[in-house]
Write a protein that binds this ligand. Structure first.
Ligand code: SF4
Ligand code: SF4
Length: 345
């Protein structure tokens, strides 16, 4: 157990699925050889099969307080990085006679293959976006499964990382993580995963995915900082809840569930009594706590609509971006970053 625990809250009512977070992470951390298929941050459409495909059916974690060995997702289930004819299009001198095309065998799956499909029948169809990173769990199944003790939970901030010098590529961690948020690098032969941007955090800078998010979806900070939004959203207002709490790993990424619009009735009028996103579906993702969370959100929204003051609504609107990061609001451009030495050659 770490002395303090860093955490993230993501407000699903504000995520627009733009993938800026995904690309911010990719640019910063997963550009080396063997990392092409890795998306430490992914944003999937719900309902949907997710990334890797059907990850919720692969086991792992501690369901009913017992360890479940789980299984390793295949490369095909993650979806490979596709090859394109970039050179031909951009440097081939063919003008408008060519266009971007996938090279080789046509893929039948990839991350976000089912993007924006969702569920339900028109006019009551629905979907929402679910951004995911490693949850930096309090009870990390990945760490417990590693026979080399290569996975470490930082004692001061609770960030979970892989020590690549100790890792021998056995991949028990990939099978054991119920969120399927560890990848295997076939070139370096080690497991790799989200590091909660610890080199930025150490310098007072919020994670790249959070800092770059144009939707102001992500809050960052210590769980026990009572003056910061994480504590207020998770412990005080109890509207931010973990994904699949039944997996038993005690995640430290929390979600404000989506309210969604009302349904249309058969006459085409809005039926405010029935939510378009079925609450049973949300319960299957976030557990029974989702009912109280949605009720609190609705009540506070109503209060604010009627002109009342709502601390919760003010927090979620996030008028000032700096207020979202629990003190991790230093400008990354103001820091002289030292580039890590290359291990190649
Ligand atoms: S979390 Fe933010 S950056 Fe990521 S997809 Fe949603 S709105 Fe875009
Ligand atoms: S989400 Fe998975 S990889 Fe991340 S700490 Fe939890 S068990 Fe480990």
């Amino acid at each position: 157990m770490a002395e303090r625990q860093l955490a993230m809250v993501m407000d699903l009512n504000k995520c627009i699925g733009c993938q800026t977070c995904t690309i911010a992470c990719k640019q910063l951390w997963t550009r080396d050889e063997g990392m092409e298929y890795m998306w430490w941050n992914s944003v999937n459409t719900q309902p949907g099969r997710g990334t890797p495909k059907d990850w919720e059916k692969m086991g792992g974690g501690f369901p009913n307080k017992k360890p479940d060995p789980g299984r390793i997702p295949t490369r095909a289930e993650f979806g490979d990085a596709w090859e394109y004819n970039h050179k031909e299009v951009f440097y081939g001198g063919k003008g408008d006679k060519t266009h971007l095309q996938i090279q080789g065998q046509k893929p039948d799956w990839g991350p976000n293959w089912d993007e924006d499909q969702g569920a339900g029948e028109y006019p009551n169809s629905y979907y929402f976006y679910l951004p995911r990173i490693c949850n930096h769990c309090t009870h990390p199944a990945c760490l417990e499964a590693c026979p080399r003790n290569a996975i470490e939970k930082n004692a001061e901030n609770g960030i979970v990382t892989v020590n690549e010098d100790s890792c021998r590529g056995y991949r028990f961690c990939m099978a054991a993580c119920p969120y399927k948020k560890i990848y295997f690098n076939q070139v370096a032969k080690v497991a790799q995963k989200c590091i909660f941007c610890f080199p930025r955090i150490e310098k007072g800078v919020a994670n790249a995915c959070a800092r770059q998010c144009p939707g102001r979806v992500r809050f960052v900070g210590y769980r026990d900082d009572q003056n910061a939004p994480i504590y207020k959203l998770v412990d005080k207002w109890k509207v931010a809840i973990p994904l699949h709490p039944e997996y038993g790993t005690e995640p430290n990424v929390f979600y404000v569930p989506p309210l969604g619009p009302a349904r249309f009735d058969e006459a085409g009028d809005l039926d405010e009594s029935t939510p378009r996103i079925p609450t049973e579906y949300l319960e299957s993702l976030f557990g029974p706590a989702v009912h109280d969370s949605l009720a609190i959100l609705k009540a506070e929204m109503e209060k604010a609509r009627e002109g009342g003051k709502s601390e919760l609504m003010d927090l979620l609107i996030a008028y000032k971006w700096k207020d979202m990061f629990g003190g991790f609001d230093r400008d990354p451009a103001s820091i002289e970053w030292v580039k890590a030495e290359s291990t190649e050659g």
